[in-house]
Design a protein around this ligand. Structure first.
Ligand SMILES: [Zn+2]
Ligand SMILES: [Zn+2]
Ligand SMILES: [Zn+2]
Length: 315
C-alpha cells in the first residue's frame, strides 16, 4: 500500500505535520500492560514524601534535593507535588467518576492556593511514565516554574494576534468549527473533545471548555463543570485504553498565566505514546503521523461513546 502524505499546518502555530491521508490499518497492538507492576516509583521509592489526605487521596511532595530541573535549580520558594488517586495501582481508565472528580477537585484546590501565593507559571500535567520509573497510579503533577513555558508563550501570542486582527478568541472559533465535524470525539454539557487538524502524535486529542471567560483557566471552573470534566476525561481516557490496549500517554493542562497579560482559552491535551521521534522531528521540527485525525477521531469517538454509555448507565 502506498502511504500518501499530506502536509498539515497547525491552526495557529508554525507546527507542520506529515499525516497519512489514506486509512491504512494502524498497528494497535502496543500494550504496555505487560510491564512489571513491582517497578513503581511511588510504591517503592522512599525519596518521595507521601502525605496522606483525609479524603483518601495521596499527595506526594518532592524533597528539596529533587528540585533540579535541567540547567537551573528551582529555588526554595518553588513548589512541586504529585497528587495520586489511589494507593493501589489503578489507571485513569479504571477510576470511578467520584474518584476522578475528587482528584481533579484537589488539583484545583492546590492550583488555587498557588495562584493566591502569586506564582505566575504553574504547570499541571500527568505522565503515565513518571520520572525515572513507572507509575501505575492515576496522578497529576503540579509544578511552579521561574519562566513562561514556550508553548504557552506561543498560544498567548496567537491569542493576541487574533484579538488584534479579528477581535475574537482563535480557539472559540475552532471549537465552533470542530463541533459536530469529522474530528469530534465527544461532546458533553460543558466540554468538547476532538482530534486536532494537525496532530503531532497518533491519536492525540484535545479537550476544550465550550465557554470562555476572561482569565480562562482550570482554576476558574465551578464544581458542576469539574463533574462534567470528570465525565469527558474518564470517557475519552477509557476509550483510549480500550481502543489502543492501554498505551502510555502524557496529559497536560494549558492555562492562562496568573498574570493580566497571559490570556489563552484553557484546555487539556492528551498525547498517547505510540511512536518514536525520527530525524525529521528531532532535526527539523517536522512531525510525522501515521494516522490522520479524522480516522483517529472515528476510532476514539466510538470507544469513548461506549465508555460514556456505561458510565451513565445507558445501554
Ligand atoms: Zn505503585
Ligand atoms: Zn476562547
Ligand atoms: Zn495547548
Amino acid at each position: 500500500m502506498s502511504y500518501l502524505k499530506q502536509i498539515r499546518r497547525d491552526y495557529f502555530t508554525d507546527k507542520h505535520v506529515l499525516v497519512n491521508s489514506n486509512n491504512f490499518a494502524f498497528d494497535f497492538n502496543r500494550s504496555n500492560s505487560s510491564i512489571d507492576q513491582s517497578i513503581c516509583v511511588i510504591c517503592n521509592n522512599s525519596k518521595y514524601n507521601v502525605i496522606f489526605q483525609p479524603d483518601s487521596l495521596e499527595k506526594i511532595l518532592f524533597p528539596e534535593s529533587n528540585f533540579d530541573i535541567g540547567e537551573f535549580d528551582i529555588d526554595n520558594n518553588s513548589h512541586k507535588e504529585i497528587l495520586i488517586a489511589n494507593k493501589v495501582h489503578k489507571p485513569f481508565s479504571k477510576l470511578t467518576l467520584d474518584k476522578l472528580f475528587l482528584l481533579l477537585n484537589n488539583v484545583q484546590t492546590t492550583f488555587k492556593t498557588l495562584i493566591s501565593a502569586n506564582f505566575k507559571n504553574i504547570v499541571i500535567y500527568s505522565n503515565s511514565r513518571l520520572v525515572d520509573a513507572y507509575s501505575h497510579h492515576a496522578n497529576f503533577e503540579i509544578l511552579t516554574l521561574p519562566f513562561i513555558p514556550p508553548f504557552i508563550s506561543q498560544e498567548i501570542e496567537s491569542y493576541k494576534n487574533s484579538m488584534f486582527e479579528l477581535g475574537s478568541c482563535p480557539m472559540c472559533r475552532i471549537i465552533n468549527l470542530e463541533t459536530g465535524g469529522p474530528r469530534q470525539i465527544l461532546s458533553t454539557s460543558h466540554f468538547l473533545a476532538f482530534s486536532p487538524w494537525a496532530p503531532t502524535y497518533p491519536f492525540e486529542f484535545w479537550i476544550y471548555p465550550k465557554s470562555h471567560k476572561s482569565g480562562s483557566s482550570f482554576a476558574s471552573i465551578a464544581e458542576n463543570e469539574i463533574h462534567d470534566l470528570s465525565l469527558i476525561l474518564r470517557s475519552t481516557l477509557g476509550g483510549l485504553d480500550s481502543a489502543l490496549n492501554e498505551p502510555f500517554f502524557h496529559l497536560i493542562f494549558h492555562n492562562s498565566l496568573n498574570d493580566n497579560d497571559g490570556e489563552i482559552h484553557w484546555h487539556i491535551e492528551v498525547y498517547p505514546q505510540l511512536t518514536h521521534k525520527d530525524g525529521l522531528e528531532e532535526g527539523f521540527g517536522i512531525y510525522s503521523n501515521p494516522i490522520n485525525s479524522e480516522r483517529s477521531a472515528e476510532i476514539l469517538g466510538k470507544a469513548a461513546r461506549k465508555e460514556l454509555a456505561n458510565l451513565v448507565g445507558v445501554t
